[in-house]
Design a binder for this molecule. Structure first.
Ligand code: CA
Length: 223
């Protein structure tokens, strides 16, 4: 993959660049938000690894301007923040995935492989659709069969995560990291409870189910 790495912490840059090149990727590294945006607009990268806290333009602003310019390059956010609102904000702006620092390099590689498989169309339109479900991330609204659903911020974050990964099984670990920022054993139950609450609003009132449990693995959203 042709990758753009936007990160201002020199040690992380060296470590990631070395590891990614060893894995066979071409990496352009920049330590500044404005440089990242300029490079992203003038090149076709397969994916951008984007740190949130960057000098000149932060990662959110870079992503906002990139999407504003109609560019659909998949973006993986790197964030040290562990608040669900921050990740929801990233997704709202069109981020495809994120990793909470510190992270395992193997996980970064796995996430990048997933991003490379993303169909481009799901990235290009602002709306995220799965069957008769439609999510409008800019207005924070969710519709199923034309009917508005009222979700809590955690239910919304879970739904958006699953919808942006439509058809892919998400493990409880990945879901727990996405919603709470970290995985603890007891969060397996919290994930299941959150899924149940989401299902009650998303699937129970309708004829067909979109949210499916994959025994022993996790959850998937698919029509
Ligand atoms: Ca930083």
């Amino acid at each position: 993959m042709q990758l753009l790495l936007a990160e201002d912490e020199q040690k992380t840059v060296e470590y990631l660049t070395k590891g990614l090149r060893e894995d066979g990727h071409a990496v352009d590294a920049v330590g500044d938000g404005a440089d990242a945006l300029a490079l992203a607009l003038s090149n076709e990268f397969d994916a951008i690894i984007l740190d949130v806290m960057l000098p000149s333009l932060d990662g959110w602003e870079v992503l906002k301007r990139l999407r504003g310019a109609g560019r659909a390059t998949p973006v993986l956010f790197l964030t040290a923040r562990d608040h669900v609102e921050d990740r929801v904000r990233g997704f709202d702006l069109g981020a495809n995935d994120y990793l909470i620092k510190p992270f395992a390099f193997a996980e970064l590689l796995a996430r990048l492989r997933n991003l490379a498989r993303l169909p481009k169309a799901t990235v290009e339109s602002g709306l995220v659709a799965v069957g008769d479900l439609e999510i409008d991330p800019l207005r924070h609204r969710v519709f199923r069969a034309g009917q508005a659903l009222q979700l809590t911020s955690k239910e919304y974050a879970l739904l958006l995560l699953l919808a942006r990964n439509k058809g892919r099984v998400m493990s409880r670990t990945v879901i727990a990291e996405a919603i709470w920022g970290m995985f603890h054993d007891q969060q397996s139950n919290a994930v299941d409870a959150l899924v149940r609450r989401l299902r009650t609003k998303l699937d129970t009132p309708f004829e067909s189910a979109l949210l499916h449990a994959i025994r022993g693995t996790g959850y998937v959203l698919d029509a």
